[in-house]
Write a protein that binds this ligand. Structure first.
Ligand SMILES: NC(=O)c1ccc[n+]([C@@H]2O[C@H](COP(=O)([O-])OP(=O)(O)OC[C@H]3O[C@@H](n4cnc5c(N)ncnc54)[C@H](OP(=O)(O)O)[C@@H]3O)[C@@H](O)[C@H]2O)c1
Length: 267
């Protein structure tokens, strides 16, 4: 784990005040994985603006530092704890560092993930399948297992996982390993709610179809600028995540399935 304590203001003034019936996010401790780009970056900026204390994790410390600097420029609070979510010891160490610094963890946004070029059985190797399953499913499990003891102690916690449209509908575009891993993330989230509701803990899985983020640059078939413009944008996902996090404690939003109106899987 690479630790990079970032400076912060003590009392960030939230630019986005909660509406009636929503819980405030001011002072909430929010751990976001995959926070250096795309959906995670947009969530980090949105939570920072809402007055949360945001902890940023990903493998590239430099990308996380840039996001942290933008949060500070908004008057928010961010701390960078870089690490590889497939490294279970690193994940446990990051959770321990959060607990030690803040004595709390209210929200985990389990968002780190990737896909590989090998998206057909004809080219898929055991190593590439493992890469996808570890980065999308094992990493999510490690985050949950690291966060739950802190949340149980608090009698309060929210886990939000970025699955995929491919986690609901098996897609040839995403390939077998990604579809299987993201289906696993959906099952994991429901299984958390089955047991952990007793501790005041709730879990939400978000299943987005195509979002215009850097992950698209690694597609075997290039995606045009015109197609990207019609897709969901990272900020659309950040709004959904903020909506889930702002729901009062007695409300558990189990799942959100979200797509662009122009859904290319229907073509
Ligand atoms: N964009 C879409 O169309 C789409 C649709 C459905 C679901 N999703 C899911 O949404 C999530 C966010 O992806 P995105 O679209 O925002 O793409 P992205 O910009 O590529 O973001 C993925 C982030 O995950 C981080 N990451 C990957 N492997 C990691 C690891 N082992 N440990 C820690 N961090 C890791 C990456 O940072 P580092 O490389 O620095 O580690 C990166 O910042 C992913 O789970 C993805 O599968 C995306």
């Amino acid at each position: 784990m690479a630790s990079n304590q970032a400076s912060s203001t003590e009392d960030p003034s939230p630019l986005a005040a909660p509406s009636a019936g929503q819980q405030s996010l001011v002072g909430k401790v929010v751990w976001i994985t995959g926070a250096g780009s795309g959906i995670g970056e947009a969530c980090a900026l949105a939570f920072g603006q809402a007055g949360a204390k945001v902890i940023l994790t990903g493998r590239r410390a430099q990308a996380l530092d840039t996001v942290a600097q933008r949060i500070h420029a908004q008057g928010g609070h961010a701390m960078v704890l870089a690490g590889d979510m497939t490294d279970r010891e690193a994940v446990m160490a990051i959770a321990a560092a959060i607990d030690s610094s803040y004595k709390a963890l209210h929200i985990l946004i389990n968002n780190a993930g990737l896909n590989v070029l090998e998206r057909n059985w004809s080219v898929l190797t055991a190593d590439r399948a493992n890469d996808v399953i570890e980065a999308n499913l094992s990493s999510a499990f490690y985050g949950v297992i690291a966060a739950l003891p802190i949340m149980r102690r608090q009698g309060d916690g929210l886990l939000i996982h970025t699955s995929s449209w491919a986690g609901r509908f098996v897609s040839k575009v995403s390939g077998p390993a990604y579809a299987a891993a993201k289906h696993g993330v959906v099952a994991m989230s429901y299984a958390i709610n089955q047991e952990e509701f007793r501790h005041g803990i709730r879990s939400t899985v978000i299943c987005p179809a195509e979002v215009a983020t850097p992950i698209l640059d690694k597609r075997p078939v290039p995606v045009s600028a015109e197609d990207r413009a019609k897709m969901l944008q990272s900020e659309d996902l950040a709004r959904s995540v903020l909506h889930v996090a702002s729901a009062p404690k007695h409300v558990c939003i189990n799942e959100i399935v979200i797509s662009p109106t122009w859904n290319r899987s229907y073509l």
